[in-house]
Design a protein around this ligand. Sequence first.
Ligand code: FAD
Length: 395
Amino acid sequence: MTLITSQMIHSAPFHDQLEAVRLADAHFDAQGQVETTGDIDRKVVCLRPMRKGLPEISAESVGEQVRVHLYGHGGSGWTLLWGSIEKAMALFEEKAREHKFNDQVSITIIGAGCMGKAVALSLFHAGYRNIRIVAEQDNRIASLNSTGYLAMVSLATESETEKQEAEQLAIETLKGYQSVDRGTHPIVNEGVHLIDVYSGLGKEGEEGPLETYTGIEPFAEAGLLPKPQQGVVEFSTGVSYPMQKFQTYFMDTAVIMAAFDHELRTRNIPVIHETVGSLDDIKTYVVFNCSGLGAASLNHDDKVYPNMGLLLELAHQPLKKLDYIIYTRYQPPDAPKRSSPPDKADIYFMPRSGGLLGATFVDHNDGSDNALNEALFTRILRENKQFFGYPLNTH
Ligand SMILES: Cc1cc2nc3c(=O)[nH]c(=O)nc-3n(C[C@H](O)[C@H](O)[C@H](O)COP(=O)(O)OP(=O)(O)OC[C@H]3O[C@@H](n4cnc5c(N)ncnc54)[C@H](O)[C@@H]3O)c2cc1C
């Protein structure tokens, strides 16, 4: 992984004046923990379906049945969505020809996340008419909690070849979002727009926003998104920082999932709420296994593990004026020097829902350690208050 290099920077410097995220009314309680009142609406604990190496996208025949696996996209499921769906559909069509399936073949999709719902709609678009989705749940899932940042971060690729393969899926996906943005996508045409992303320029050991691998670099290098600029960001609170400005797509995941639901209803594709104990329990000719973390047991895949992300959902934000993303490492003033991985942001603001502050990237963590969660929520709020220029008023 390389940090941004000076050769990539070509545009004129900018001086952007941005509305600061409102955190004056965000407080800590007597224990020093974040209070869900004032500017903070909710604390959210959620899990990314990580997989060591690449996401699993494969097809197999088990007797008369075809099983397509499509899971393990970690913190980049939305970033890899359309490329992954395309690959899974191509593998399925090959098997469908072998098995001589027609368009009435019975298809069960396990999972109602972005993978399950988008594959259901893609199958319908390809002409298949006997489709159902079976899912344990479709509300408190990674796909809905996702921040919706199109960037190559939070995957567990282990080699340059795997990284390049993932980037290829991401590039296909970017093209998909470009057509969503233009209103020409066959499945969904809302919830996506280009957005400015700011990250730091500070060097190791300095204070403030630090140089960060934003995950947009591969797209900028391929000429698919604008190259970054360097300049100054001045917030309405008076603080200002030298920063780097990228552009990428913001996927409003709640809006897109609602659009998927609408399209599923229109096409009479049911979502049945059930837990599948074993793939052998599914008797349809075709199974798409889009079960995210559930694939660890359903497909006996010991490469799958949870990575915990925490989010603070905000209240009372002037969201229209906050149409930007901050994704940066950050060294708080007067704090012990930290050495965080180059691609993991400490300050992460997204304009989704009422506005989000996040996010943590805690590997092999299932979210059940409340003491750790509270400590991390406190860190998120404390450092965001400092970053956006508010006093640290504890009780
Ligand atoms: C905090 C956070 C921030 C994120 N931010 C981003 C981002 O900015 N950009 C990005 O690209 N990605 C991001 N992601 C990652 C992205 O959300 C996921 O990669 C993606 O949503 C995975 O989609 P999925 O459909 O595979 O899984 P999920 O959304 O997890 O859905 C899995 C489905 O399978 C069902 N299921 C599981 N087991 C069973 C079973 N045994 N029987 C029946 N049903 C079962 C579940 O109930 C669910 O419906 C983020 C994730 C989190 C948690």
